[in-house]
Design a protein around this ligand. Structure first.
Ligand code: ADP
Ligand code: MG
Length: 278
């Protein structure tokens, strides 16, 4: 199962991603955490120094080699090469995956994309190009019965360039606040347009008009509510309330029951839905 947490800045993506990874660790499920945000919070939340992890954005050439492309080839050509491409795996790790992961515990590994690292400042490429390999890596990654948790840049941008076209579901993290709901709705809309399964998690619920509105409009798509918990702010899993632990465990169980998609053909469909919409 490959899922990404997406939402407005401050909605709780990095905290909920951390909570998901720790919950899966507690459940004994092998997990790959991917930190795809500039501020590299998930990496820090999981106790690592972002400057001391391998950075995926630096391995574009190695990625191209791993998928059999030359330096000047375009990544998009991969969508028509199904069958002749390698499959990536983190349990056990193929050699490319091994070169970009950091082990956090017996069952948890991390990939830090590193878009916020100082060397990104001096490159001529924009963050979109730097996260290009991630898009295809995700499509070619076979997670089997294990779980991939991706923490995202705030907002909707990555949805527009199909970064998550090859994963199984996008989870909008929403606070019961007008602007948070606005971004959540935009993400839901984009997922509908490009056919990516979408679900929502309400973070820090309070019973107000926004909370009621989201529950009413999205119904069963809302797969959980994460209460305010000061142990989340401290990233202290053992101090979490029973309610918080139970809420996240229930979310993970629902997600694991979802059908898996064929990553590469989903990216292919995404590219085509764009062309058709132009
Ligand atoms: N359920 C929660 N309970 C308590 N604090 C939370 C919760 N979710 C998020 N926070 C706090 O809210 C702030 C923003 O969360 P963060 O995960 O960094 O958001 P994002 O990654 O979406 O920008 C952080 O200070 C975090 O500790
Ligand atoms: Mg964050």
């Amino acid at each position: 199962m490959k899922i990404a947490f997406v939402g407005k800045g401050g909605s709780g993506k990095s905290s909920v991603s951390w909570l998901a990874v720790k919950t899966l660790e507690d459940m004994g499920i092998s997990t790959l955490a991917i930190d795809a945000d500039h501020n590299m919070d998930l990496t820090s939340n999981l106790g690592l120094d972002p400057e001391k992890t391998p950075l995926m954005h630096k391995t574009e050439r190695e990625f191209m080699e791993a998928v059999g492309l030359g330096e000047n080839d375009r990544l998009v050509t991969l969508t028509t090469k199904e069958g002749s491409l390698p499959e990536f795996s983190f349990n056990p790790k193929d050699s490319y995956t091994a070169s970009i992961t950091t082990s956090i515990s017996k069952t948890v590994d991390l990939i830090n994309i590193g878009l916020g690292s100082p060397d990104v400042l001096y490159t001529t490429k924009c963050a979109h190009a730097l996260s290009g390999p991630l898009k295809f890596y995700l499509g070619l990654l076979n997670a089997k019965d294990d779980v991939v948790i991706i923490d995202s840049v705030a907002g909707t941008d990555m949805m527009n360039y199909g970064l998550y076209a090859g994963i199984d579901a996008v989870i909008g993290v929403v606070e019961p606040h007008r602007n948070s709901v606005k971004v959540f709705e935009q993400i839901a809309d984009l997922c509908r347009k490009v056919d990516i399964p979408f679900f929502g998690v309400i973070n820090k619920p309070t019973d107000n008009e926004f909370y009621q509105g989201v529950k009413e409009k999205y119904g069963k798509k809302i797969i959980g509510e994460i209460p305010f918990d000061s142990a989340i702010m401290e990233y202290n899993f053992t101090k979490l309330s029973t309610e918080t632990k139970g809420a996240m465990k229930a979310v993970m169980e629902k997600l694991q029951a979802l059908p898996k998609r064929n990553g590469l053909s989903s990216i292919y469909k995404f590219q085509h839905s764009i062309k058709e919409n132009i």
